[in-house]
Design a protein around this ligand. Structure first.
Ligand SMILES: Nc1ncnc2c1ncn2[C@@H]1O[C@H](COP(=O)(O)OP(=O)(O)OP(=O)(O)O)[C@@H](O)[C@H]1O
Length: 274
């Protein structure tokens, strides 16, 4: 269980995350939505300890994460793997090596840069690629893959970290709908099959409603909604975001399936919060 208490991060005068208290149960897939600048990325970066909180506490299974240093901090970062919009792969390296780089926290920096990986680690990387349908691309340079394939390599790289939490910061923002669907399905498969908790920042409300067990909505650094996808009704959303009839997005109340890309001819709409 991940618990955030009065978590705050200020950048000068801006409170990017402002007094956030929330509990995420183990094994949940949680979507974080909100307009650009709401504080979604900052929240994930705080959990991963990529940035230090100005105030507040992070507990994971009762352990105070905010106090971790040195090796313990490195192992924490490995156990809450991050996935970024821009994939963060080494494009000139092959896919398998990119995945193996995910082992750095466990085996140290030197063996990683000299590419000394054990047979067990190679087997782990191959298995992760196989699960994500990328075995045929294992020896291809990462930069030659499509965006969706690269993001799935990034997920495989995160998987070999043996994480307990996966933090995905707008993982589908730069992908076309078909690739976005495959990436979201991959995240959900990992969540369901491995019991890994997934926190995913999303720009599209429909995607969050289709894939996530719970939704957190942020506005100006604060959590303004936390609950089940079907509790996020049009009225509630309007009151949360203060939008009127001339809003630049609409809510598709019919979205209950996993599909992001609607079938040809469908009337399904994409809901964008940006
Ligand atoms: N390193 C930083 N230095 C100064 N201000 C920052 C920094 N990182 C974030 N901010 C500010 O904090 C606020 C929240 O930013 P954040 O990136 O967390 O929002 P977001 O909801 O993830 O937005 P987006 O959807 O556009 O990525 C914004 O006002 C942003 O400008």
């Amino acid at each position: 269980m991940l618990e955030l208490y009065s978590l705050k991060k200020s950048f000068g005068q801006v409170d990017a995350v402002d007094d956030v208290t929330v509990t995420i149960d183990a094994g949940q897939m949680v979507g974080i939505i909100g307009r650009s600048g709401a504080g979604k990325s900052t929240l994930l970066r705080l959990v991963n300890r990529l940035i230090e909180p100005s105030n507040g506490k992070i507990l994971f299974n009762g352990r105070d994460i905010t106090k971790l240093k040195g090796r313990d901090l490195r192992l924490w970062r490995a156990s809450c793997a991050m996935i970024f919009q821009q994939f963060n792969l080494v494009e000139r390296m092959d896919v398998l090596t990119n995945v193996l780089i995910g082992r750095v926290a466990h085996q140290g920096f030197l063996p990683t840069i000299t590419r000394h990986f054990s047979e067990a680690e190679r087997a782990m990387a191959v298995q992760a690629l196989d699960r994500l349908g990328l075995l045929p691309q294992a020896l291809q340079k990462a930069g030659t893959l499509s965006g969706g394939q690269q993001q799935r390599v990034a997920i495989a790289k995160a998987l070999v970290q043996r994480p307990e939490i996966m933090l995905a910061d707008e993982p589908i923002a730069s992908l076309d709908p078909a690739n976005a669907t495959r990436v979201m399905e991959a995240l959900r498969k990992i969540n369901r099959e491995d019991g890994i908790t997934v926190l995913v920042n999303l720009h599209t409300l429909d995607t969050a409603r289709a894939y996530c067990d719970r939704i957190i909505a942020m506005r100006a650094g604060r959590i303004v909604f936390e609950g089940l996808p079907n509790e996020l009704t049009r009225d509630r959303l309007n009151s949360i975001y203060g939008v009127g009839d001339d809003a630049d997005f609409e809510i598709d109340e019919s979205v209950t399936s996993t599909a992001i890309a609607p079938p040809a001819g469908s009337q399904a709409r994409q809901t964008t919060m940006a």
